[in-house]
Design a protein around this ligand. Structure first.
Ligand SMILES: Nc1ncnc2c1ncn2[C@@H]1O[C@H](COP(=O)(O)OP(=O)(O)OP(=O)(O)O)[C@@H](O)[C@H]1O
Length: 426
């Protein structure tokens, strides 16, 4: 848990950001590369004496953020989620003062350090060392304060060897390592981190998440945009869901993420691969179909026994195979992994059925991964998201009608004994 106080440090009211785009032309994302290629194309067109079109291309305006109001208290760790293009980065850019809002107001109390897309925050011509000092100065620290943090930053970033190299020569992974280390160690009161962490390796991502948690525990405020729902939920107690520039949900991370995943996921209750070239597998062993059998009612509830069926086409003569099935909840938690017994497969089709008993799964959306394993140890291939299905709740007795907590929801046997009044023996 973090220790959010009642003091609002980010106060966003009626925030709007309007962009204009040229219809038929690629979006202007204001990158240097885009700008360069546009001017090169213009020069090319002039040299070839092509007539310039008489009418100006149609401009269209749209709101990347539309009437967004959010209050964030000191020490809160807040996740921002939403589909691509929902406005998450635009919001962070406005909070980091990289982009101006078109309407509304933003009031921020405290120093902000942000780690946005690769390429922002650092001066490309300056070395890693110089950029550390530059960023510290921007955050209002003096040289002595920065020097005190310097070794920690370098150790965390693991780019010591390249400290005196201009950062424009860094790989994107190195860049993010140093940029994160700088943002997290220079003691900002508010730390803003966009998806960039996806660039680093898993080990480094874990290290960054740990650091962000530490920053939050110190009572600082953290804003984190991510498509990684597990990382987001482990770090943030509160999440805000943006859709088409508007806040559509705001609350406890677990609940917001669950609603988001449920609304945005596509169910796949059955699929078949008629074209061997596109089927999951390899040249010799491949999946032909996968299907969820929910019995007569046709829909899965917590009280329905389910069967996951799949068919394999095998071209290998006399091989020992087995199926392995992973079931994941939508936030990526593996609920279980179950393997079939091994079987000797000839050149033919093999059907496998995995039975999931009633009263095991909770009300959730699940994804099924199927693996085919040879000789009990060699995975031949895996089909991720072979099925995606939702298990719904059933009517039940009792006073509690919310979702039951837990990854699974087994119907366990209970015994209740009541003693007679005054009788202390049971
Ligand atoms: N400089 C720009 N000019 C025109 N349109 C822009 C500009 N920057 C962003 N947009 C558009 O604004 C919308 C919101 O973009 P934004 O990058 O904030 O979304 P996002 O939620 O961060 O998406 P992603 O998850 O893909 O990073 C998108 O439609 C995007 O194309």
């Amino acid at each position: 848990m973090n220790s959010a106080s009642t003091c609002t440090v980010i106060d966003i009211k009626g925030l709007g950001k309007r962009y204009s785009i040229t219809r038929g032309a690629p979006e202007d994302r204001s990158s240097l590369r885009d700008a360069l290629s546009r001017s090169i194309a213009n020069v090319g067109a002039r040299l070839m004496l092509r007539p310039v079109p008489a009418s100006a291309p149609a401009r269209e305006e749209f709101w990347a953020l539309d009437d967004v109001s959010i209050g964030i208290r000191e020490g809160e760790r807040v996740g921002i989620i939403g589909k691509n293009g929902a406005g998450k980065s635009t919001l962070l850019k406005i909070l980091s003062r990289i982009t101006e809002p078109t309407s509304g107001s933003v009031r921020i109390k405290g120093r902000v350090a942000s780690l946005l897309e690769v390429g922002t925050g650092f001066h490309p011509e300056l070395t890693g060392r110089e950029n550390i000092f530059l960023n510290g100065a921007i955050l209002g620290m003096n040289r002595q304060e920065i020097r005190r943090k310097f070794d920690e930053i370098v150790a965390f970033s693991e780019v010591e060897k390249f400290l005196d190299t201009p950062v424009k020569r860094y790989s994107s992974g190195m860049y993010v390592r140093l940029a994160f280390a700088v943002a997290a160690h220079l003691e900002p009161e508010i730390l803003i981190v966009d998806e960039v962490l996806a660039v680093g390796d898993t080990q480094f991502q874990k290290k960054c998440l740990g650091k962000m948690e530490e920053v939050g525990r110190q009572g600082r405020t953290v804003l984190f945009v991510s498509h990684n729902m597990i990382a987001l939920q482990s770090l943030c107690d509160r999440s805000i869901w943006l859709d088409q520039g508007r806040v559509v949900d705001d609350g406890d991370s677990g609940a917001v993420v669950a609603r988001y995943l449920q609304r945005t996921s596509q169910m796949v209750l059955e699929q078949s691969w008629d074209d061997p070239a596109s089927a999951p597998g390899n040249g010799q062993v491949r999946l032909c179909s996968a299907r969820l059998d929910c019995g007569q009612t046709g829909h899965a509830t917590v009280a329905t026994p389910l069967a996951v069926e799949f068919t394999l086409e095998n071209d290998l003569p006399g091989v020992e195979l087995n199926y392995s099935m992973h079931l994941y909840s939508l936030d990526g938690t593996c609920v279980f992994n179950s393997a079939s017994r091994s079987f000797i497969a000839q050149r033919s089709r093999v059907k496998g059925v995995c039975h999931i008993p009633a009263n095991l799964l909770n009300a959730e959306v699940y994804r099924v991964k199927i693996m085919v394993v040879r000789d009990k140890s060699l995975p031949l291939f895996e089909a991720k998201d072979a099925l995606v299905f939702e298990v719904s709740d059933v009517e039940r007795d009792g006073a509690w009608f919310g979702k039951w907590a837990g990854v699974v929801r087994p119907d366990l046997a209970w015994e209740i004994e009541t003693a007679a009044p005054g009788d202390r023996q049971l």
